[in-house]
Write a protein that binds this ligand. Structure first.
Ligand code: C2E
Ligand code: MG
Ligand code: MG
Length: 457
């Protein structure tokens, strides 16, 4: 690994070595440009009305360009680059006229064929504050330097890049972790078999539990997430992590998923009848990639709604980014059809998938659910907090509701509220519970308040 390489340790200052270690950890240097950085630079260019915006990271000799629109260039020599200027000043750099600045005469700095006149660049910092790259804006015509407020806002765009880098590192760690099957998992391979899953489905051993999603300022239930469990006669209640991945692998996820959707619709009807005054909250069902890309999903859901007489506004579907990746065109069509039925669509586990920003940008989601691995770290320091803050701001830009997953402590609840996150879900409010327990909650007089003893901050 980089840090333990004695040759590199001799060559670089500790500062440089830490900076490079961050980039190597994220595996970002010699890789193709990425849609996530395209989305950030496009947003920034639109926001500041400039001709081009670029995200770049640097190793010891090269500057690597990670956004692709506007130019096909991938890398430039680092000497006398904008990156080196930003590193030297440790802050923003504005060049009012690139063509007249002797430092840049004859250099290809702007990454574009047509000559650029105006440039401004701000540092992209790692979560431990090393300058690892730059976010720069270019304009073909001269313009006034950015005001202090505009510079701050450009720095916020640079923070979005930092969060992407952090998400990438987390994802890599997770992939490494999942690629190495533990002896426990290897031993369990023998069970379940697909015949066990089929038998369980036929004997009615699957059950849905429901976890409330609440309005963080009132603690009122705004929706319920349907979470499947296997009520095994000998092994007891089995969590989805122990059979859903295998069901996806062997194809049993299709009939199990159909059962889950039908069960959720049936339950919505039952709560609607039980509570003539408030009706049923919206129930959100998780879809796996295989279900999602199956032919005729939208028609299937529509007929389920019709058969059960369920109002489509009471059904939500949750999917992760990875289920959209195999076929973006089909995924987009399916989502458009589901949206036109009136069903709400949530991007689940935001931050754990591949190129988060670009997916948010182009797919018709209503809700973004921040993965609990981020929520769990917000009280650990300024940087994790900043990442969640950026995700919340991002959701605002894309006009999405935000649900923070996995809220376990009052401190997390308070911080999320301060950051403007409206909705949340987690053990602090309620664990997933059986339908009868939810019925009891829904019967409480007035509107439902979960854990009313908790002081609202
Ligand atoms: P998910 O959709 O992200 O669901 C949230 C998971 O976080 C649930 O785990 C829930 O119990 C857990 N959780 C909620 N609040 C907290 C908290 O405060 N702390 C902690 N530590 N955990 C919390 P669960 O029920 O084990 O489900 C795991 C995953 O299994 C789900 O993640 C979802 O991806 C999948 N899944 C569940 N039901 C279904 C289903 O019907 N169909 C499909 N395809 N997948 C399902
Ligand atoms: Mg979910
Ligand atoms: Mg989730």
């Amino acid at each position: 690994m980089f840090e333990t390489d004695s040759k590199t340790a001799e060559v670089f200052t500790p500062q440089e070595a830490s900076r490079l270690a961050v980039l190597y950890e994220a595996d970002i240097l010699d890789t193709p440009p990425e849609p996530a950085y395209d989305a950030i630079t496009q947003l920034a260019a639109e926001h500041f009305h400039v001709d081009s915006a670029v995200v770049a990271f640097a190793d010891e000799t090269r500057v690597w360009i990670k956004s692709s629109w506007g130019d096909s260039m991938r890398e430039l020599p680092r000497s006398d680059s904008l990156f080196d200027l930003v590193l030297a000043t440790s802050g923003p750099v504005t060049i009012p006229n690139l063509t007249q600045d002797p430092r840049f005469r004859g250099r290809r700095l702007c990454f574009r064929r047509d000559p650029m006149v105006f440039a401004v660049a701000v540092p992209i910092r790692s979560t431990d504050c090393h300058i690892v790259g730059i976010l720069s804006l270019f304009s073909k015509t001269s313009r006034d330097p950015l005001s202090p407020e505009e510079l701050q806002s450009l720095e916020r765009f640079a923070t979005m890049v930092t969060s992407q880098l952090e998400l990438r590192t987390l994802r890599r760690d997770r992939e490494r972790h999942t690629r190495r099957p533990s002896p426990r998992t290897a031993n369990r391979r023998a069970w379940p078999q697909s015949s066990d899953l089929r038998k369980a489905l036929e004997s009615g051993e699957f059950v849905m539990h429901y976890q409330p999603e609440v309005d963080l300022s009132t603690r009122r239930i705004v929706a319920l997430e349907a979470l499947i469990r296997w009520n095994h006669p000998q092994r007891g209640l089995i969590p989805p992590s122990e059979f859903i991945p295998f069901a996806e692998e062997c194809g049993m996820i299709l009939p199990i998923g159909d059962w889950g959707l039908a069960e959720a619709c049936r339950q919505i009807q039952s709560w609607t009848q039980e509570n003539p005054r408030y009706g049923s909250p919206r129930v959100c069902v998780n879809l796996s990639a295989r279900q999602f890309l199956r032919e005729g999903l939208a028609d299937h859901v529509e007929s389920l709604l019709e058969q059960s007489g369920t109002n489509s506004r009471l059904l939500g579907l949750e999917m992760t980014e990875s289920s959209l990746i195999p076929n973006r065109t089909v995924a987009m069509e399916v989502m458009e059809s589901l949206r036109s039925l009136g069903i709400s669509l949530s991007m689940d586990d935001f931050g754990t998938g591949y190129s988060s920003l670009s997916y948010l940008h182009s797919f018709p989601f209503n809700v973004l659910k921040i993965d609990r691995s981020f929520v769990g770290r917000i009280t650990e320091g300024a940087q994790p907090l900043q990442i969640v803050k950026t995700i919340i701001e991002l959701a605002r830009v894309f006009d999405l509701d935000v649900v923070a997953e996995g809220i376990e402590t009052q401190d997390q609840h308070n911080l999320l509220r301060q950051m403007g996150c409206r909705f949340g879900q987690g053990f602090l409010f309620a664990r997933p519970m059986a339908a009868e327990d939810i019925s009891a909650l829904l019967r409480l007089p007035g509107q439902v308040l979960l854990n009313p003893e908790l002081a609202v901050a």
